[in-house]
Structures are given as C-alpha cells and as structure tokens.
Design a protein around this ligand. Structure first.
Ligand SMILES: [Zn+2]
Length: 84
C-alpha cells in the first residue's frame, strides 16, 4: 500500500471530514496523519473552519438575523451606487 502524500491528503480532506472516504483510503489518511504533524494541524484547522461555517449558516437561517444581513447588504449596494 502506497503512502499518502501531503498533497493527496489535502485533496481528500473534505471527503474525510464528510465520512465519504472508502475504508482503505481512510486508513491511509489516518496513517499519514499519525506521522505528519503538519497535516494533523491542517486537519484541525479544517475542522475548526467547518464548525465556524456551520455556526454562521445556522445564524443566517434565523429570520431576525437574515433581515439584518439583508439590510446590511442593501446598505453596501447603495454606498456603491453613491460613489459611481
Ligand atoms: Zn503530510
């Protein structure tokens, strides 16, 4: 079984986090993580980013917040128009 390269790991990270990797690929992924601190750290960052994105999506789906976000977007658009 060939070792996974860092490049391959980066390409597979989304599938890994979604649990979409076949068992064999996942095993290679885990083996690489165990001996590559750089990729281990990278994975942690990806996890944190995904948590943050999920939290933000959750907030945006709340009506009172999405109303505010829309108002903010309108405000930005209007400022853009004023300048032209
Ligand atoms: Zn690596």
């Amino acid at each position: 079984m060939e070792d996974l390269s860092c490049q391959e790991l980066v390409e597979l990270v989304t599938d890994y986090l979604e649990g979409a990797l076949p068992a064999e690929e996942r095993a290679r992924f885990d083996a690489h993580l165990a001996e590559c601190p750089g990729c281990d750290h990278y994975l942690e960052q990806m996890r944190a980013t995904i948590r943050l994105t999920a939290a933000t999506a959750d907030i945006e789906s709340r009506p009172e917040v999405s109303g505010l976000l829309e108002a903010f977007r309108d405000w930005k658009v209007r400022r853009g128009q004023d300048r032209s």
